[in-house]
Design a protein around this ligand. Structure first.
Ligand code: DPM
Length: 360
């Protein structure tokens, strides 16, 4: 058997089995997501010996400060990347929406798995059972630390108030249920589903209420970009349509110079090989906003010519088995839409939002 750059062990039959170490955060959601990817890899590569290495990250330790206030870059990913760098782990599973649009040198997203629902969902305090955002009483407090969610929902539901809530999903649900501080909280439907808490979802928010975050609902596998063996192995996990949608979304966000602490939202669809991207930027109160939709063909035979190379990255994603011309078209779509919004004043809206948020 071929020996990769990673450790091998001999099992009882003296056959060499590769050991692949998967790094994960310690939160229950992170563990569930890592186990899910491990199961997929086990099915595809029964001879591989997978080990899971759990560690806590800055994002897990600072639970009392709003996500948008502790600085956006690599909050949940830095320690895991350090472990990757030191060869202590070979791959790391993340929620794609937590990965910056520009990854540090030497890392790449080697797989983007099929997206779950990308939408946000309402989880009510049990005493409000049966109500909706519309029917909640005036002044009801909704918990979210996402500027993106708050901006859109403030505009759409002016009778509601918004307050930060932090912590992992377990902590948040406890804060909701055990106290009277929040009438409801807003969470990603995908995370709730993975935790097995679908029954707590009282309402799924469509694009008219709240557009989602870049990459929301998709899992990503981060690897060392020079590690061609691991890259090849995880590349079988890619879901083409999700890859193209997320490349367009990430290119849009990157060109706006947005991170997880600016109110930027998207909506994407692929139909008959046409990728449609709706992107929007908001002021903190949602009063100012810019929203546009653009479409591009992502058919293999489209006109954009790109040299076929397995090492090409698109906004951090390496997808050897998805046509390069389609990926380039998706990336260009994101850039073009960002340019359109920038030409209409998106930078002013985002700069003001950033300043006001820093001053909060
Ligand atoms: C990012 C945001 C949030 C997470 C900001 C946003 C929500 C923060 C909050 C970038 N990362 O969405 O506008 O509500 O205070 C996060 C969750 C998941 C991945 C949890 C959630 C699970 C869903 C997925 C936190 N990151 O958004 O409810 O895999 O997409």
């Amino acid at each position: 058997m071929e020996e990769g750059p990673y450790k091998c062990v001999r099992d009882v039959n003296e056959t060499v089995r590769r050991v692949i170490r998967m790094g994960t955060r310690k939160s229950q959601l992170a563990r569930i997501q890592t186990d899910y990817v491990a199961e997929k890899l086990k099915t595809l590569y029964p001879d591989v010996n997978l080990e899971i290495v759990a560690m806590s990250t800055i994002g897990d330790k600072i639970l009392d400060t709003a996500l948008s206030k502790i600085g956006e870059k690599s909050l949940f990913t830095k320690e895991l990347e350090n472990a990757l760098e030191r060869n202590e782990v070979d791959l790391v599973v993340h929620s794609l929406k937590d990965l910056p649009t520009t990854l540090p040198e030497g890392f790449t997203i080697g797989a983007v798995l099929q997206r779950e629902s990308p939408h946000d969902a309402v989880v009510l305090h049990p005493k409000n059972d049966g109500l909706t955002l519309d029917s909640l009483p005036n002044g009801s407090v909704i918990g979210t630390s996402s500027l993106r969610r708050a901006a859109q929902l403030k505009k759409r539901f002016p009778h509601l108030q918004f307050k930060d809530i932090r912590g992992n999903l377990n902590t948040r649900l406890k804060k909701l249920d055990d106290k009277e501080d929040y009438a409801a909280i807003i969470l990603a439907a995908a995370g709730l589903k993975r935790m097995g808490w679908e029954a707590r979802v009282s309402q799924v928010l469509g694009p008219e209420d709240c557009m989602y975050a870049v990459g929301q609902g998709a899992l990503a596998v981060e690897v060392r970009s020079r590690d061609s063996d691991i890259l090849e192995m995880v590349s079988t996990l890619h879901h083409s349509e999700t890859v193209l949608r997320c490349i367009a979304e990430r290119a849009f966000l990157r060109h706006l110079e947005g991170g997880c602490s600016v109110p930027v939202a998207v909506h994407t669809e692929v139909k008959d090989s046409v990728l449609s991207l709706t992107g929007a930027v908001y002021s903190l109160d949602g009063a100012d906003s810019l929203k546009e939709t653009m479409k591009a063909s992502v058919a293999h035979s489209n006109q954009i010519r790109v040299e076929e190379s397995i090492h090409i990255q698109h906004v951090g994603v390496t997808a050897q088995n998805v046509p390069q011309c389609s990926q380039a078209a998706a990336e260009k779509l994101g850039l073009d839409l960002a340019d359109l919004l920038l030409s209409r004043g998106a930078m002013e809206i985002l700069t003001t939002a950033r300043k006001l948020n820093d001053a909060r």
